[in-house]
Design a binder for this molecule. Structure first.
Ligand code: 3HC
Length: 295
């Protein structure tokens, strides 16, 4: 698939990344089929897109006409055949479990036109391993967005062991058409580049709290105000989703060793389903739960 043949994009998974990626693609003028396994999931993703576009329009970052046009370009689906049957490019953003992704690829390939590219927004899983679950490993790559996709400039374009140059070129050009800056990641290593650096930082912050060496607020005021990160380490964890951070660490721990063992404080937070902003509570309390009050 050449970049200039891409017209319809299917985004699979309407969660915090999927809906944000669909929004970015729709803003860039593409027809977007947003698909999730349940009507309520896809509807929730669609409403998040509407909320975000309205917010951008209220702040004059886009015009109301652009917001309305982008909303109109997104079609919500549960039926997989309808979502991918005429798609030129698929961006998969389903949960970070190999079994789930394998089943999704198998369903997708029953209906996806030959030549269409499949790109995974996985946070860490091996692109080579994922591509081997499809019948088009050469037409498969990583396309990793950052949260929130509509605000974050970078996209990692990751080559798996079987990805061909044409797929990488088309994916990079698509990221540029989305108004993003693609960075090609040559080596399919755990966490790619950004998460390999960022996720251990978030984990180290959790180890400090586990060992009672610092509080959530102390760590965040240091990382945000002294080191100069745009968000504190814990604020960032809540933005990304603590379940996502945990899954990335589990995978890096398996593949790279014990330096990446998730901290007990992170584990407890995830076990309590305090996944961050998306569940209303994480390290911080967004809706009156038990977390630390937002500073
Ligand atoms: N759409 C529209 N508006 C949004 C939004 C969205 N998706 N998300 C947040 N906003 C709004 C907020 O509601 C808030 O609105 P308000 O002012 O009316 O209260 C406003 O944006 C906050 O934005 P500001 O411009 O005031 O704040 P900043 O300039 O600080 O920008 C930020 C916010 C861009 C999120 C910035 O804090 C930032 O860059 N944070 C770091 C994020 C980051 O590093 N993400 C990558 C994480 S790693 C990852 O995702 C990989 C994964 O695989 C783990």
């Amino acid at each position: 698939m050449e970049f200039d043949e891409i017209e319809t994009i299917a985004v699979l998974g309407a969660g915090s990344m999927g809906h944000g990626i669909a929004e970015v693609a729709a803003l860039a003028g593409y027809d977007v089929n947003l698909r999730d396994i349940k009507e309520e999931f896809v509807q929730n993703g669609y409403e998040q897109i509407e909320w975000s576009l309205e917010k951008l329009a209220d702040k004059d970052q886009i015009s109301q006409d652009e917001a309305d046009a982008a909303t109109d370009r997104v079609e919500p689906y549960v039926d997989i055949e309808a979502a991918v049957g005429e798609a030129d490019f698929v961006i998969e953003a389903v949960p970070e479990k190999m079994e789930i992704k394998r089943d999704v690829y198998s369903d997708v390939e029953q209906h996806l036109p030959e030549g269409a590219i499949i790109a995974s927004n996985t946070s860490s899983l091996s692109i080579t391993d994922l591509s081997e679950e499809t019948e088009r490993p050469a037409g498969f790559c990583g396309m990793h967005f950052f949260n929130p996709p509509v605000r974050m400039q970078l996209v990692e374009v990751i080559s798996g062991g079987h990805t061909d140059e044409a797929t990488l070129d088309a994916t990079e050009e698509l990221a540029e058409a989305f108004g993003k800056t693609p960075v090609r990641v040559r080596k399919d290593s755990p966490g790619f580049i950004v998460n390999r650096i960022l996720v251990p930082l978030m984990n180290e912050a959790c180890w400090m709290v586990s060992a009672d060496e610092a509080t959530v607020k102390e760590v965040d005021s240091t990382t945000k105000f002294d080191i100069g990160l745009p968000m504190g380490a814990f604020e960032l964890g809540d933005q990304v989703g603590n379940d996502v951070t945990y899954h990335v660490l589990e995978y890096m721990n398996d593949v790279l060793g014990e330096a990446y063992e998730p901290a007990p404080f992170l584990e407890e937070t995830v076990e309590a389903e305090k996944h961050g902003k998306k569940t209303g509570e994480g390290f911080y309390d967004y809706e009156g739960g038990e977390g630390v009050d937002i500073p």
